[in-house]
Each structure stands twice: as structure tokens, then as C-alpha cells.
Design a protein around this ligand. Sequence first.
Ligand code: CAA
Length: 382
Amino acid sequence: MDFTLTEEHLMIRDAARDFAQTELLPGVIERDNAQTFPGELVRKMGELGFMGIMVDPKYGGSGMDAISYVLIMEELSKIDASASVMVSVNNSLVCYGLEAYGSEEQKQKYLTKLATGECIGAFCLSEPEAGSDATSQKTTAIDMGDHYVINGTKNWITNGGRAEVYLVIAQTDREKGHRGINAFIVEKGTPGFDIGPKEDKLGIRGSDTHTLQFNDVKVPKENRIGEDGFGFKFAMKTLSGGRIGIAAQALGIASGAYELALKYSKERKAFGTEISNHQAIAFKLADMATEIEAARMLVMKAAWDKDQGNNYDMSSAMAKLYASKVAMEQSVEAVQIHGGNGFVKEYHVERLMRDAKITQIYEGTSEIQKIVISRGVLKSIK
Ligand code: CAA
């Protein structure tokens, strides 16, 4: 067992850290207040290779491994989780989904642009009545011979207004249940495809979250991903990797809050000494450091499983379940260590605390991760 990162990994992590400090930090509070999408930063992240981190260079990607992906996600998320969710969805739900399961034509046409940051993508699974219960798709895709006609509503779609390429999950044959679901590539601007207003959210306020409407949207047959009926498996397989990205985001939120709290504890004085000299604060820091390190091990293990070609359904679910809990609990502690200042926006920790909550909800709630883990655990006993 080797816990050391390679030189290349360290360089990638440092590049992401520099970018986060120099490009994401300025304006992060203003973007959160005004709910502004960091659109101009997409091009810069594309130039750094952050939009197609694991994509083969022949499709415009960086050809890096999943360990690099989580290192980048952690660093971006320490500063701006609104920017990092855009990166995560584009990388692990859209680019990975297309690279692993798309046709060569689909890869040439869409993946090459998504991987370079020329455009971004969105993953459209959730519906008003199909969040956790993802097989209950109400959106339909009727087979009309040479094309499909899509009707329905998708909710809480990250990158919903800014994306150019949408991967849409819909029911083609209701009789077949989840085996009658398909995944389609839908381009922005297709007639009948409408984007609702941006959601006003508790956290990740800069990220671009919308409801989407599909009214008789014609999609060519060649835009279906995989064989007829592969759509639900496509969503599940893709989400397993997505959960590694969100686990790394949660890790970044937790470690970002911890780093701020540690620094503050060495500066702030109370009762005649720095507050880090009070055991009440020092023990909080000890707990934070320990839990964050444990979360990091789970996140790295899930990424390593992916890189090794091992099944990562369970390890990604464990990483997301645990890292999101740590993000929530430790960002609250970071606010507590900051006292009154923690409640004020300019100290950043209140934003990290608000951003942490979504990591326990999207790409499968914590309860869904427990379903995945418990099924895996029970299957392991004959
Ligand atoms: N890989 C491949 N196939 C899988 C799979 C996986 N990881 N998980 C399930 N499947 C297959 C099953 O084998 C089964 O197929 P067969 O019957 O042919 O064997 C089929 O999928 C249905 O599986 P289940 O019977 O387990 O289905 P279920 O109804 O019990 O639900 C679930 C499973 C795990 C709860 C699933 O519904 C789920 O993950 N729900 C949460 C959805 C989710 O994560 N949504 C996030 C939205 S996307 C998002 O948030 C993005 C964003 O913008 C940030």
C-alpha cells in the first residue's frame, strides 16, 4: 500500500490550488450573493484541462486518472463549490457517459467540445416525481421510426441554462419498466425544449440550476446512447462515477472550512491567548483533521478503484455518504470556531456550510447511498 502521490499528481493539485486562489476566490462572495454563474471561468478551466480531466486526448481531454480528478475537485471546492459542481457534472456525468457508452459519431460531435470546455453539458434524470425513485420516469420518448419524440419535465438540473448538450433520460416503453428507459443527447435550441427560470437556492448559489420542459421535442435516432433500453443502466453506471466527484467536492468543502478555521484559531485571541490554545478549540480541530483524513481515504479509495478497473459502486457510495456528512458537520464546526465572524459572509465559512448541505442530497441522497451500500454488503454474504 502506497499513500504517496506522484510528482504529476502533486503538480495537478498545485495547478488546481493556484487556479482556485487566483481565479475563483476573487468574486466568490459576490457570485454567491447575486447567484452568478462563473461562465467566464469555464473557458479558463477548459484551457487547464479541467473540463475533460479523464477524457482520452484523442477527444480533446486531458487523459488523466480519477485520482487527478478528485485532487482537482477538492481544490476547486475549497473555494467555490458552485464552480466545482459544474466541473463535476461535465466531467463525470456527461463526458464520462459519452466516452464510455456513446457511439464514435456522438463522441466526435459532442465529446470533443465538452472535454475542451468549448461548451458544457447537463445530465437530466430527476423529475418532480422521480428524484430518489429514479425508475419512475414520467418523461416519455416515443419511438417514431427514424426519431424519438420527448415529452416531460426535468427538475433541479445543474448547468440547466448554460449547457449546450443535455443527456436526457426518458421512458420509451412503460411495460418494460426500467428496461424500457433510454438516454438521449438533446441539443439546446431544439424546438419544444424550454428552460425554466434559475432556482433560488440555499447553497451553491452560483451554480446554474433549472427546470427543463420538453414539449414534442424531436430527437434523431442516432442521438440515443447505447442499445434500446440501456438508459437506466447508463444513468446508474454514470452516477457511480459522479458520486466520486461529489464526494471529492464534499471533501473540498470540509477541508476548505477546516483550513480557514485552523488559520483563524491561530490569529483570534480570547482570554489573553490565541483561541487554538484553548482545549475546547484544539479538540474541535483534532476531530476535524481526523474526520477529514478519513473522508479523504474513502474518496481516494473510490478513485483508485475506478483507475484499477474495479467495481466502484460501493466505494463511491461510501465515499459520498461519509464525505458529505463530514462536510456538513465540520463546516458547522468551522463556523462555531469563527464565532460571530463565522456568521458574516466575508469569512467564507458560512457559505461553505450552506454549500455542504447539497452534497448530502444530489447525485443520490445519503439514504440512497445507504441503499446501494447495504445491498452490496448483503450480496457479499452467500
Ligand atoms: N450499475 C449498473 N446497473 C445498475 C446499477 C449500477 N450501479 N444500479 C442498479 N442497476 C440496475 C439493476 O441491476 C437493475 O437492472 P436489472 O433488473 O436488469 O438487473 C436496474 O438498474 C434497477 O435497479 P434496482 O432494482 O436496484 O432499482 P431501484 O428502483 O431499487 O433503485 C436506486 C435503485 C439505487 C435507488 C436508484 O433509483 C438510484 O440511484 N436513485 C437515486 C437517483 C440519483 O442519484 N439521482 C441523482 C440525480 S442526478 C444529479 O443530481 C446530477 C446533478 O445535476 C448534480
